[in-house]
Structure formats: C-alpha cells, structure tokens
Design a protein around this ligand. Sequence first.
Ligand code: GAP
Length: 463
Amino acid sequence: MTDKPADSLSAVSTQPDKGDRERHPLAMETLVSLCAARGFIYPSSEIYGGIAGFWDYGPLGVELKNNLKARWWSRVVRERDDVVGIDSAIICHPRTWEASGHVEHFSDPMVDCRNCKKRYRADQYEGGKCSKAPKGHPTGECDLTEAREFNLMLRTELGASVDTAISAYLRPETCQPIFSGFKRVREAARQKIPFGIAQIGKAFRNEITPRNFTFRSREFEQAELEFFCHPSEREKWFAHWREQRLAFHREIGIDESLLRIRPHAADELAHYARAAADIEFLFPFGWQEIEGIHDRGDWDLTRHSEYSGKELGVTDEQTKERYTPMVIETSVGIDRTTLALLIAAYCEEEIDGGDKRTVMKFHSSIAPIKATVLPLSKKLAEPAHAIHADLRKHFNAYYDDAGNIGRRYRRQDEAGTPFCVTYDFDSEEDGRVTVRDRDTMTQERVPIEGIVRYLRDLLEKEQ
Ligand code: GAP
C-alpha cells in the first residue's frame, strides 16, 4: 500500500481556494449548509466526523444527479445512431492500468511536513503556518521533505488468503474498460467506424488534498464517451464533440457567462493526449474544469493490443485499409457538474414586505422535484393526495402539508421545484387549483382535470 496521507481521515474541507470571488458573490459555505440542510449533499459518515473526499447525496441530490445522468445518456447515447452504451465493472484486470500508463504516470508530486505530518501537493503548496513548528522557529512554516511522486490510484486486495491475494485498483477513470471491450462491443452492436462507446460510472482517486466541497473528491462519477474514428477525421470529430458538449451545458441551464472553453498548452497534456480542451465553469473559487475533451490518438487501443496480445485494429470494408482507430474522448464529472448546477441555480431575492427568499432556479429538466401539491388545510388531504398520485405517474411530484403555506412555498423554492399546486377550499367548488411559478411567483387558477397536461407543457417548454 502507498503511505496513508496524514489528512486522509481529517475533517471534511469545504474551504474555498483563493480565487476571483468578487465576480461570483455566492460563498461556498452558504451553499454547503443549504445542501446539507435541504438534503442535496452532506459529508459521508457524518456522525463520525466525515471522511475527507467522500460525500453522500440525499433525497434531492440523488434526483438532481439522476436527472443530469439521464439527460447525458439521452443526448450522447439514445438519440444517436453512432453511439452505444455499456456498464462495466469497477475493478479491471491489473494489467489494464499498466497498459493505460496509469501505473507509471498517474501521480502528483507531494511533500510532507516533518513536524505536523501534513501532506501537500508540491505544485499547490503556498506556504503557511505549521501547527507543530518548534518554538523559536524563524518562520513557523512547515519543514517540508523533497517532492516525490504519489500515485493516485486506490488499491485493493482480491482473494481471501493473504498468500494468494492479488492487488487490484479501483478504476481512476471509467474509459479503460471501453478500450479493452472495444472489439466485443463493436462486433456485438454491429457498429462501423466512426462510432462511440459510452458509460457512466464511479471512479476513484486518492487525491492528496480533496477540497472545495465535492469539486475534488476521492470517489466520484464520470460520464465518458470514447468516439473511434479514422485518423483522417480526428480534427473534425474533436470539433464536433467540443461543440456538442458545450451546447449540453447550456441546455441544462448553465448561463453562457459561467462557461468557457480552454485549450490545453502542450506542456499540460495528460500522458495519453495529443490535444485537449477543457470546458470550464466559473466556480466561486475561480474558473475550473468540469469536462475534458481529449484527442487520445491511438494510444489506448495500441497499448491494450500490446499488453493483451489481442489485435484491436479494424479493416475498412471499402478500401481494405487496416488501421488502429483514433479516439476522441469527452469526459465529464457528474459530481462537478452537479456542483456547478447548484451554484448556477442559487439565488437570493428580496420579496414583498422586505423578506428574503433563497431559490434554486434549476432548469426544469434537472429540477429534482417538478411539482409539489400543497393542500391548504389537512382537511383537504384526500383530493390533494389524488392529484399527487396522478402527477407522480408522469414526473417526480411531492406532497407537503406541514406548516403555513408561505413556509411551504419557501421550502419548495429552496428545493428548486418549478411549480407548486395548491388545493384550497374553493377547489371543492370550482374544480380548480392554484399553480404557482417558482421564478415569477405568479399564480394561476387551472382546472384539476387538465393539470397533468398543463404542467407537462410548461415543463417541456424550456427543453
Ligand atoms: N478519462 C479522462 C479523464 O479521466 P480527467 O480530466 O482526469 O480525464 C475528467 O477527468 C473529469 O472527471 C474532470 O473534468 C472532472 O469533472 C472529473 N474529475 C476528475 N477528477 C475528479 C475528482 N477528484 N473529483 C471530482 N471530479 C473529478
């Protein structure tokens, strides 16, 4: 096993990095507490003090994340003829990671403090007070070791007996099983080049300094597409996927002003990449990557061919040319994008009477709850439940009868629910309910009979 980082079990860090906060006034601490209080995201193993780099998604968070994944799957896989999906195992044959180059290259330089035993990434250490610096120390700073490479893959043991157990890794990226399964999937799906294989799944990295809430975690989800093409078409497909993916982030409600594309300079390319561009989001702690578009060339298929002894080239049926396909990859972090969606949605507004409301203005396609039914009185529970039962057959609908109506509206604003449907005493007479719009707070009386169609039309209008 690699050394256990000194901070690996320490309290969860939600402290933002230094960055251009003025341009984005939301403080991360505010978002972190809203997320915990409303059940979006909270520290894993919270009752034990949390575990750095691991997070749990609550009832609202899991819906938000599932909606994001469903939209990705629909746009990248279901709506295209040239992409198929898979769901592979998290643990691969250990040779996979030798072939991929991760055993050799997937590391960060790290330094340890000889006094306080804390570990830092050498390229991110900015100096600072050491909690255990000896009295009279001239600067009070950490006494750092030389930088050494720290492999970020998380190791595990397979097999019951100590003597025969073999070491394996929890995958640090989801794409490698796509490369090792390339031939099988292409033949089974009867796909020809150009085509892609996609999957969504967990990835694990033993990050030295997990930080900024879920931004840099040790367990996270990725949605990756590996698109295989002829060497002459690499640039065309790189541009195609860069535009598609940028459009996706706009489509799920992230404002243009919070997104940008940043091409990689030659000296920051990963070991497998020939060209790369990041889609970046303006977090409260500055511009940071949420998705990478990579031209991986023929690195992966060539290496897996070499390490497995299995030929992974293809033959062009028309020209009979034999070649190894090139790979254009799109790799988006589901947790990072969920965090970006939470930040982009967060609003504080003044309302009538000088009150303030916090409202999460999610795009309707990703809002965790689409509509909540609120009976004005518990005496109206039966007809209100009937409406709820009808709505939830079509989309995620919620029911809330606790507290006064104003407080219930505030709760739904914080959950980011686009519509509230209030059943009152007049509803008994006129067969109508009041539909309240989250963003404009306008209210409209709508016939109960057509309520499902009415809400579906409004929810789909945005999409
Ligand atoms: N297969 C290529 C690959 O994994 P990457 O740039 O290392 O490329 C892709 O990762 C995406 O995965 C990033 O843009 C980010 O959204 C997400 N990601 C990477 N490391 C992460 C971490 N420690 N915590 C959360 N998300 C992470």
